[in-house]
Design a protein around this ligand. Structure first.
Ligand code: SF4
Length: 303
């Protein structure tokens, strides 16, 4: 059985050094592209509304992810509270925007890793982790000292800072980012983020550089690589054609891409037409056609 990336020597610096580097970022927070520069160790909050102690809404053995992530025993999923994006259509808005969750000091977070490992999960899957990367690394170091060895999945909306991702090089085994938009004005209007396209595409390239294409073991369980998710939105708001072209041309046409049709107008979407409706079959089929023509691996969600 292959070892999780962080159990191999991490290039020229150790996990301990990565923890120290990441902790520094909390004092003048630039963990994500918002670069709020607030001191989160001193109870200051930036746009993610999070201080230093991790907030978690739930953790469980999850079977709702792509097949290589869930295998037979499930993915050990940890849902972090708050988010660096503010999507008007977020399906998880009580967690991402209304702050539902509990404080889990780092030692308690480390115990969750070990508990999910004991349940037999194939991996630990961090959902919306960008604003808690230093705390995740601290917890990882503690858990490794207690025998933790599972691969790590970084499950993100894709609004990521390159500096933060570089701290994860050699530590994260599987990246699971979204590619949400191809037009910054849509990202600003519907998710309240600036320059999403540039940050997201640079992040995707960096993730691909770190882990490459998806690799699975003999049972079909993911051990390393990248899966990109794309949610098709009404009236081409997600810029699906450009997004798929980018993935094929700048990453690889052999990439695993999960194309999703499940959009529905959650949260404040009814007040933001054209996001006040589901996508039509015709809208989706056009993108499915391009997806197939480009030749991706992965999954096409049914309508
Ligand atoms: S992680 Fe939070 S505080 Fe830090 S830069 Fe991003 S939004 Fe601001």
């Amino acid at each position: 059985m292959s070892k999780a990336a962080y159990l191999q020597p991490v290039r020229d610096d150790t996990l301990t050094e990565r923890v120290a580097q990441a902790n520094e970022l909390l004092r003048c927070c630039t963990l994500c592209p918002h670069e709020c520069q607030v001191d989160r160790t001193n109870h200051e909050r930036g746009r993610c509304r999070s201080e230093a102690i991790p907030l978690i809404s739930s953790y469980n053995v999850h079977f709702g992810e792509e097949p290589p992530l869930i295998g037979t025993h499930g993915s050990g999923t940890i849902f972090f509270t708050n988010c660096t994006m503010r999507c008007v259509y977020c399906q998880n808005y009580p967690i991402s925007q209304l702050g539902h969750g509990e404080a889990y000091p780092v030692a308690k977070l480390a115990r969750i890793f070990l508990k999910l490992q004991k349940h037999g999960c194939h991996n630990i899957n961090f959902v919306t982790p960008a604003h808690f990367v230093p705390q995740i690394l601290q917890a990882l170091e503690m858990a490794v000292n207690e025998g933790f060895h599972l691969p790590l999945v970084y499950n993100t909306s894709g609004y990521e800072s390159l500096a933060t991702l570089k701290l994860l090089d050699g530590i994260i085994d599987i990246y699971l980012p979204d590619i949400r938009y191809s037009d910054n004005s849509h990202a600003q209007a519907y998710s309240k983020v600036e320059n999403y396209v540039e940050h997201n595409r640079a992040a995707l390239k960096e993730m691909y550089r770190q882990v490459g294409l998806l690799e699975c073991d003999e049972s079909g369980v993911a051990r390393r690589g990248m899966i990109v998710r794309h949610l098709v939105l009404p009236e081409k708001i997600a810029g699906s054609e450009e997004a798929l072209q980018f993935l094929a041309n700048e990453l690889s046409p052999r990439l695993h891409v999960a194309l999703m049709s499940q959009y529905f107008p959650a949260y404040n979407a009814p007040d933001h037409p054209p996001l006040d409706r589901k996508i039509t079959r015709e809208e989706y089929e056009q993108i499915v056609h391009l997806y197939k023509r480009l030749g991706f691996n992965g999954w096409i969600q049914a309508t």
